[in-house]
Design a protein around this ligand. Sequence first.
Ligand SMILES: *Cc1c(COP(=O)(O)O)cnc(C)c1O
Length: 498
Amino acid sequence: MSHLFEHHGAPGQGYSQPAPVMKAADIPLPTALLRKDLPRWPRLSEPEMVRHYTWLSRRNFGIDTGFYPLGSCTMKHNPRVNEVIAQLPGIADIHPHQPEHHLQGLLSIYHEMQYMLEVCAGMDQVTLQPVAGAQGEFTAVRCIQEYFRLRGETQRTKVIVPDSAHGTNPASAAMCGFEIVEIPSRVDGRIDLDALRAVADDTIAVMMITNPNTLGLFEKDILEASSIVHSVGGQMYYDGANFNAILGITSPGLMGFDAVHFNLHKTFSQPHGGGGPGSGPIGVKAHLAEFLPGPLVEKRTPVGDESKHAIDGAWYGWYEPEHSIGKVQQWHGNAGAIIRCWAYYRRYGSGLRTMSEHAVLNANYLRHAIHKATKKAGVDHMVVDGAEAVVAKHEFTLSLGPAKEAFGISAMDVAKGLLDMGYMAPTVYFPLVVPECMMIEPTETESLDTLDTFATHFAEVLQVDAETLHAAPITTPVRRVDEVYAARNLCLRHPFDE
Ligand SMILES: *Cc1c(COP(=O)(O)O)cnc(C)c1O
């Protein structure tokens, strides 16, 4: 693969800069900080530069180039109008240090967003500060830890997570210093209440769980689970990554949770993937609100001069909660992501319920379509459902265990075969409780035609012989990589000839 630094280009430089106003000698910089050599900038003309980046972008795969059924990650279409709104100068050009009376418009948006998320989650207070779901988890668990510390309940050193949990749940709890207690799922993929009762005592601080769970199944016993944890004085934490299944239909508040995070980049509208950028606000019940990281936005009656800048008679101001755990992010969270999601919510309003209904419908339709297509192709014995469930929510799991056993075709092989068909592969090997797991989430933004075609292609991949599939992908810019080697031997900078 050719690299910018490998272009030697024409002598001279491909850019021009205005002459410096001051001479280097006039600037009192410590000599230790001055460059000894010229920077190794590649010498490229503008067209070479444009071609390089366009070429790179064409080697990429994204939701804008094809179907992206990556389970758990909710990769949906991001309406472009939200980009336009997030880039309006009144929003994009403000500085976080501007005084409140300059920021009334932005603050009113933040306030509305806090309120909207409170309503969706059935919580009393939201902070928009965390910039990822995982950071939201950490923040909320820290708030709960502080709540117990102030109550003198320091014997609560454990956090319960089901074995189907997303890896960030135990990781966030461990980062706060908690011990992880894992409880098994039942054969139908749901939490085992007896196992929960067996570990529930006054050393439990929190139970972290997502609902629908990572198998795409609704935890029907969630109220019972909440009451078991509450009966020993513990708190319930809702991993909100699966909000796309329940928005406007039910809420973590109704299910007995005390704290939740949103992944705005999954549920609402924010291009993501490759690690960012995201937004992971958290919502809590009133008893946890004083621990949230600030600043939060409040709406109140303007006082004195404030009324000159007030919007519809209201004043919006920052405030710090009394026992705040401190900031978890600079400034006020990932403003661009928050604005895009606010624009999305303003566009759909109560229609967000329909969004969730369509997400669930699409997932169930695709699940049936895959079964129908594999049956028609005579390969349905190679796939089984990941749990014995009949009704999935916004995502579902398949097990390629039978294909592995009979033909040596793994979930990874099928995933790589799908890349050659022009798709992003579904999530594989998660959740861990399903052997050779493939987790599929089509989202509400895909058409019937896309779903049908994908199901047909899925059955086609299963008909490819094992040897060919082991060699897949053959059409992508990079062939099959050794992922373990790549993860253990990170190489993040260009190896210049020193
Ligand atoms: C994506 C996800 C997370 C973590 O969210 P990030 O925004 O990627 O940090 C946590 N739990 C579940 C179930 C998820 O799908």
